[in-house]
Design a protein around this ligand. Structure first.
Ligand SMILES: [Zn+2]
Length: 269
């Protein structure tokens, strides 16, 4: 079993959200998490500090950690606005270039999921900004309909990792679907809007899921960790990611990215 790690980039600055309810909602969420004892006072104040510093991403910090740990991760970046993603194309382009320069793979964090025209437009925009001809995608909030994968294939994507299910990769035309197995939010905000799991609980759930994947013959185990949470203002989330990478390394698993995994799958056909 090989491990594929990816990061969705949902937020870059606080100011980009001045016209939407993200900031008040975030303050309510953080206050509740503080009151129910899931975050510390330090985390609570660090979150305000991030808002004031106008920096809600942790891309450089996360690239540094992944590089030092030989994790060839993939970053999914939005090139359209909607459902809480509102950074500019200039910001998207800036980070696409910076991330590829650091030798990590990039793909689209998709907004349109059920109309071919919108999906194709995002593909074109990303192609222009990145200079890449072939790349993959993950839908924001894992949104999908029964047509999504067919449309992604028609638009020219080479892989997708949106379906949250316990399966091995499969092909739809020229597109490889890599089902997603672990997403940070599902582990910490289990069936809820705010954090209700401790770091220790998240570790136990993670170990169980890795064991289950291994015993069920999953060949490529895929993990999503949002760069937003690689921060001391989300200490348990950050600690969980660091622990998980080390746990996987200690247990002898190798890391690979989607692009290379896809080549391996095609060479076996
Ligand atoms: Zn997202």
């Amino acid at each position: 079993m090989k491990i594929i790690i990816s990061h969705d980039v949902d937020l870059i600055t606080a100011w980009e959200h001045k016209m939407d309810p993200m900031i008040p909602k975030f303050i309510v969420r953080s206050s509740i998490e503080l009151v129910i004892g899931k975050i510390s006072l330090t985390e609570y104040f660090l979150r305000y500090n991030e808002l004031l510093r106008n920096k809600l991403h942790n891309l450089e910090e996360l690239m540094k950690f992944d590089r030092e740990n030989d994790v060839p991760s993939t970053f999914f970046i939005g090139v359209n606005k909607g459902h809480g993603i509102c950074y500019s194309l200039e910001n998207a382009e800036h980070w696409i270039k910076k991330i590829t320069k650091e030798n990590f793979d990039v793909g689209v964090h998709g907004i349109e999921f059920d109309n071919l025209e919108g999906i194709t437009k995002e593909h074109e925009t990303f192609k222009q900004l990145s200079g890449l001809s072939k790349f993959g995608i993950r839908m924001h909030y894992l949104r999908n309909s029964q047509d999504t994968l067919t449309f992604l294939n028609e638009a020219g994507y080479i892989f997708d990792s949106t379906s949250y299910k316990f399966e091995n990769p499969y092909r739809i035309g020229n597109l490889w679907e890599f089902p997603l197995h672990i997403m940070d939010g599902y582990f910490f905000n289990s069936n809820g809007k705010w954090q209700n799991q401790t770091l220790e609980q998240a570790k136990e759930t993670t170990k169980t899921k890795i064991d289950l994947a291994f015993s069920n013959g999953i060949k490529y185990f895929t993990i999503l960790f949002h760069d937003r949470y690689f921060s001391d203002s989300f200490k348990s989330w950050k600690d969980w990611y660091i622990w998980m990478v080390n746990y996987l390394k200690d247990n002898g698993f190798d890391f690979i990215n989607y692009r290379k995994a896809l080549q391996q799958l095609e060479s076996k056909e």
